[in-house]
Design a protein around this ligand. Structure first.
Ligand SMILES: *[C@@H]1O[C@H](CO)[C@@H](O)[C@H](O)[C@H]1NC(C)=O
Ligand SMILES: *[C@@H]1O[C@H](CO)[C@@H](O)[C@H](O)[C@H]1NC(C)=O
Ligand SMILES: *[C@@H]1O[C@H](CO)[C@@H](O)[C@H](O)[C@H]1NC(C)=O
Ligand SMILES: *[C@@H]1O[C@H](CO)[C@@H](O)[C@H](O)[C@H]1NC(C)=O
Ligand SMILES: *[C@@H]1O[C@H](CO)[C@@H](O)[C@H](O)[C@H]1NC(C)=O
Ligand SMILES: *[C@@H]1O[C@H](CO)[C@@H](O)[C@H](O)[C@H]1NC(C)=O
Ligand SMILES: *[C@@H]1O[C@H](CO)[C@@H](O)[C@H](O)[C@H]1NC(C)=O
Ligand SMILES: *[C@@H]1O[C@H](CO)[C@@H](O)[C@H](O)[C@H]1NC(C)=O
Ligand SMILES: *[C@@H]1O[C@H](CO)[C@@H](O)[C@H](O)[C@H]1NC(C)=O
Ligand SMILES: *[C@@H]1O[C@H](CO)[C@@H](O)[C@H](O)[C@H]1NC(C)=O
Length: 393
């Protein structure tokens, strides 16, 4: 699991080099101040623009006080797994004071992506020509989740207790902001859900939006009065500023599928303001589906379809030679004397085909790559243990 603390979208052309400094920065939210990890002092982090085919080299300097990695969410990174970022999967964490250089190779991605920390709970933008009329301007909008307490402490407590994570204190839209538009113009909103846990409903009062892309692929456009967005997902939206010039609320809140699961029931808001109309406060919140409206959630997601035009063909293999069956689940494992904080005194674990994952001491990619070599300070034992399914389950 990972969390939100920063996002990049840097302005770069061709192969470029940039330096990002991850550090602890005091930050005030909900009337209290805590230190959070930021990149180059910014929260959300800086933005990066790149073109398809660009390669970007990022030097990550960890000036913080805990292990960190940076994951380039949704970049395909074909034949370049060493720079992908998940800790203990493709690399060991970058320790405090250390530096790690990542090469990010953009291939066919188009639209919006993001990057985030990928260590415990410390968890971009790519565009080419649009398959829709060029918008007047574009804005990234980042949905986030905020805990008043230190998230390192929260993570440690959760791992120790085996129970659910304490619900967050509030959600954020890009921290807090006003989106200022001109009447009659069209805007591209690049919505990113960086919340750690929750799927979110998002809507703008009195305005429908047109969905045109998701996760760095264009989609068949459709108009909607609300959006459902999963953690880690990006959705590109066109907004026509065609309503009576005024101030309108933009709002987001959680969608929660489980009936008895505790959740953060707060609604986060921002303001859509038409130029020259700065006086009257917005009145009504948009109509957002209720927190448990599974039909609304599924109904939205089922409308997401590939653009599948001649410039964006969908080449899906038709001949299937091997069928693979995966079961993803959240399990409850027993604890001594039912002493854990999950239901029935048990501990939550996530599993794939009933096998859970515990961080190894070296990353899996390294173990795989050097699997037949004896140089390296990884004993053959630990590698063969890894590959014989001997990870601690
Ligand atoms: C939201 O935050 C991102 C990242 O810092 C920034 O690029 C963008 O301009 C912000 N959006 C608005 C509408 O202020
Ligand atoms: C930080 O990373 C190093 C190197 O991978 C590892 O040995 C150490 O246990 C990690 N520390 C924590 C607190 O996870
Ligand atoms: C969480 O636990 C790790 C390892 O046990 C420890 O190094 C770290 O200081 C703890 N963090 C907090 C905020 O308590
Ligand atoms: C989590 O919630 C429990 C129970 O309400 C509380 O005792 C604990 O202090 C909370 N932990 C954090 C880090 O907020
Ligand atoms: C938004 O779309 C709904 C149908 O999905 C329609 O009833 C409504 O009038 C539209 N609202 C605006 C402001 O265009
Ligand atoms: C959110 O939950 C808290 C406590 O769980 C409750 O007091 C509050 O009324 C709820 N707020 C809304 C808007 O449902
Ligand atoms: C959603 O929750 C409300 C209570 O908050 C309940 O009355 C309603 O039946 C629930 N709807 C569904 C579809 O579960
Ligand atoms: C499901 O949601 C869609 C969109 O809001 C609505 O048109 C449809 O009537 C809903 N179906 C049910 C069974 O509520
Ligand atoms: C479980 O509870 C029993 C009886 O209270 C106690 O004797 C035993 O030490 C406990 N076991 C553990 C592992 O805590
Ligand atoms: C998963 O593991 C549990 C515990 O070992 C076992 O009871 C259960 O039957 C397994 N389920 C499957 C589908 O293999």
């Amino acid at each position: 699991m990972s969390s939100i603390l920063f996002y990049v979208i840097f302005l770069l052309f061709f192969s470029c080099f940039m330096r990002s400094k991850v550090e602890e920065t005091p930050y005030k939210r909900l009337c209290s101040t805590k230190n959070i990890l930021t990149v180059n002092g910014q929260f959300p982090g800086p933005t990066l623009y790149a073109h398809a085919g660009n390669t970007i080299v990022v030097e990550v300097c960890n000036k913080g006080n805990r292990n960190i990695t940076i994951h380039w969410h949704g970049v395909k990174q074909q034949r370049n797994p060493w720079s992908d970022g998940p800790e203990y999967i493709t690399q060991c964490p970058i320790q405090p004071g250390a530096t790690f250089t990542q090469t990010i190779i953009f291939s066919s991605e188009e639209g919006t992506l993001w990057w985030h920390a990928h260590s415990e709970w410390d968890r971009a933008t790519v565009h080419a020509t649009y398959p829709f009329p060029k918008p007047h301007a574009e804005f990234p909008i980042i949905l986030g989740e905020w805990w008043k307490k230190d998230i390192g402490q929260l993570y440690n407590e959760t791992i120790q207790s085996g129970g659910d994570v304490n619900t967050s204190s509030a959600f954020l839209i890009n921290d807090t902001f006003k989106l200022i538009v001109d009447y009659g113009k069209t805007y591209l909103l690049r919505l990113i859900n960086s919340a750690v846990q929750e799927m979110m409903f998002f809507a703008i009062a009195n305005h429908n939006v047109t969905v045109v892309g998701s996760d760095a692929s264009y989609t068949k456009p459709f108009s909607t009065d609300y959006v459902t967005i999963s953690p880690g997902q990006t959705i590109d939206l066109l907004l026509n500023a065609d309503q009576i010039p005024n101030n309108y609320y933009i709002a987001a809140k959680a969608y929660v599928g489980g009936a008895v699961v505790p959740y953060d029931n707060t609604t986060t808001t921002a303001i859509l303001r038409y130029h020259g109309n700065s006086n009257s406060a917005p009145t009504a919140l948009p109509n957002i589906p209720s927190h448990n409206d599974t039909n609304a959630s599924v109904h939205f997601t089922s409308k997401l379809k590939s653009l599948a035009d001649k410039n964006h063909p969908v080449d899906v293999p038709h001949k299937i030679t091997t069928h693979l069956f995966f079961t993803l689940s959240v399990n409850l494992i027993p604890c001594p004397n039912n002493s854990c904080a999950g239901p029935l005194g048990r501990r939550f674990v996530a599993s794939v085909n009933n096998i859970s994952f515990v961080n190894p001491t070296i990353d899996i990619l390294q173990a795989y790559y050097y699997h037949e070599m004896t140089i390296r300070c990884i004993s053959m034992d630990s590698i063969s243990t890894l590959w014989d399914g001997g990870l601690e389950f």
